[in-house]
Design a protein around this ligand. Sequence first.
Ligand SMILES: Cc1cc2nc3c(=O)[nH]c(=O)nc-3n(C[C@H](O)[C@H](O)[C@H](O)COP(=O)(O)OP(=O)(O)OC[C@H]3O[C@@H](n4cnc5c(N)ncnc54)[C@H](O)[C@@H]3O)c2cc1C
Length: 382
Amino acid sequence: MDFRLTESQQAFRATFRKFIDEVIVPAGYDVDHARDFPYANYKALAEVGYNGLGHEEAYGGSDADPIEVTLASEELARGCASTFLSVGASVGLFGAPLRAFGTEEQKSEIIPGLVSGDLVGAWALTEPHCGTDAAAMKTAARKTDRGWVLNGSKMFITNGHCADWIIVAARTSPEEGYAGISNFLVKKGTPGLSATEPLEKMGVRGSPTAGLFFEDCEVPHEMLLGTEGLGFVQAMKTLENGRIGMAAYGVGIAQAALDESLKYAKQREAFGRPIIKFQPVHFKIADMQTDVDAARTLMYRAAWLHSRGECPQSLFSAAKLFATEAAVRCTDRAVQIHGGYGYMAEYRVERLFRDARLGPIGEGTSEIQRRLIAQETLAQFA
Ligand SMILES: Cc1cc2nc3c(=O)[nH]c(=O)nc-3n(C[C@H](O)[C@H](O)[C@H](O)COP(=O)(O)OP(=O)(O)OC[C@H]3O[C@@H](n4cnc5c(N)ncnc54)[C@H](O)[C@@H]3O)c2cc1C
């Protein structure tokens, strides 16, 4: 057993970390306040190869190992959670199922644009009345001679209002429950597709979230993604494989909270000495470091197994669950260490605290991860 990264993994991380510190971190405050898709960061990330890490070389990607993808994702989340979320929704949540289930024509039309940062993608599963219980969706697609006609609405869709392409899950057979759902590629500007303005929200404000409407929105036959009726299976696969990414979201934010706290505690003075000299601050730092290490170890283990072709789902769920909840704990401690300044937008920990709160909700809530872990654990004792 060797827990160390290889020299090439360390070099890869160091290079990417430098880029994040020089380009992404300084833009964080403005991205949060602009409340728009972070186009400049998206382009800059494309230029350093981030957008193509998970994509095939034939489409301009680098088909990187899951460990490298995880190392880069953690650094991006540490640098800017909003950018992580919007870029992840485009090249991952949208790009991964396109890579896995798309036809040659679909992939060659869209993936090069994602990799180069010229096209933005979104993935629309959630509806106003159902998120966790996604199979209860009402959005319907009716088959016609010319293709499919979509009617319904979607909610909380990252990049929804600005995406060039959206993968939309819709019910193609009302009788068949899970097996009656299919996914469609819908292009921006298709008549019948409209979006709300970005919704006002607590955190990741630099990652726009919108509602979508489909009113007799017609898409051609060739825009069906993969096989009719397998849309729910595709969606669950997308979420399962995305869990290491969400763990990276948590680890990155937790690490940023720890770094900011150490910096602040060294320079802030109370009672004639830096607050880093006080034992209660030590304890918070120790708890944060322990959370970060434990979350990172779970995440690396999941990524390492994934790089060997294994997909232990309860481990992926545990990594997502622990890391995203650790980020909530760590950002809370970081705000406390900063005192009143921690409550001020000028200080980075205020944003980290708001951004962290999405982790236990998005892409499968903590409750659902616990349910999945318990199911697998209990099955071993059946
Ligand atoms: C900022 C943001 C970005 C998002 N981006 C996207 C996106 O790009 N695409 C997309 O499709 N969706 C997106 N979502 C939606 C997100 O995935 C859902 O919010 C999430 O899955 C939870 O669904 P819900 O909000 O409907 O909550 P609900 O499903 O209504 O859950 C409410 C509560 O009930 C609990 N609960 C529900 N069922 C069970 C159960 N069986 N057992 C135990 N507890 C249960 C949940 O854990 C939760 O605590 C985004 C959400 C946010 C906030």
